[in-house]
Design a protein around this ligand. Structure first.
Ligand code: MN3
Length: 239
């Protein structure tokens, strides 16, 4: 038996070995990512677009190195189980039990890292100050009372994650909204739900600017939520 701390240490060490550039040069990493079925999506805005709430250096390392490493490691994992190469990452997350045991942990961690970050980049925007609209605005008011009350409960969930993980606004099979959190790169797709939005509270998401002050990061992050995208995503998910 290994405990959670040892498991995290092992995960962290393997991520750094790849993400730090000691193993793969940028060109080699690009080649590895391109040769597999999964690719690192473009960010869609400049690294400094979310300043001052999320700093440019964090965005660059987070997207290029951390997310890049998840993609490369996921490609490496599915290359050992070619029957997985045709599946979408969403399908992989929803059917982990049927993934061969020899690569299941790698697919769970790196597939989770890939799908979580692919959504994460899209739910942030350089145009701060938006608000939920349409069906989502109504659903948040109905479920949580108000946007402020949702934000308060969401913040509590983000602050309650012990170690590395995510807090989510999710939609379940009966189209009910809920706030939940997951450890590591686990995610709502694994339990048959759909995330409407989610915040990455791994230290790599905020440590350069906020160090240990996760509460400041979570509060600042609320300013860059792309509510237009999230509201549209919700409407698609319930239709
Ligand atoms: Mn991250």
């Amino acid at each position: 038996m290994i405990n959670r701390r040892d498991a995290l240490k092992t995960l962290g060490a393997s991520a750094v070995a790849v993400a730090g550039g000691a193993v793969l040069s940028p060109a080699e990493a690009a080649q590895a990512a391109a040769s597999g079925p999964f690719t690192l999506p473009a960010l869609g805005y400049a690294f400094d677009a979310l300043e001052p709430y999320v700093d440019a250096q964090t965005m660059q390392i987070h997207h290029d190195k951390h997310h890049g490493a998840y993609v490369n490691n996921l490609n490496a994992a599915v290359s050992k189980a070619p029957e997985l190469e045709k599946k979408s990452v969403e399908e992989l997350m929803a059917s982990l039990a049927s993934v061969p045991e020899s690569v299941r942990t790698a697919v769970r961690n790196n597939g989770g890292g890939h799908i979580n970050h692919s959504l994460f980049w899209q739910i942030m925007t350089k145009n701060p100050g938006g608000k939920p609209s349409g069906e989502l605005a109504k659903a948040i008011d109905k479920r949580f009372g108000s946007l402020a009350s949702f934000q308060e409960q969401f913040t509590k969930a983000a602050m309650g994650v012990f170690g590395s993980g995510w807090a989510w606004l999710t939609l379940d099979g009966s189209k009910e909204l809920a706030i939940e959190s997951t450890p590591n790169q686990d995610n709502p797709w694994m339990t048959g739900k759909s995330p409407v939005l989610g915040i990455d509270v791994w230290e790599h998401a905020y440590y350069l600017k906020y160090q240990n002050r996760r509460a400041e990061y979570v509060a600042a992050w609320q300013n860059v939520v792309n509510w237009d995208f999230v509201s549209e995503r919700y409407s698609k998910l319930i239709s």
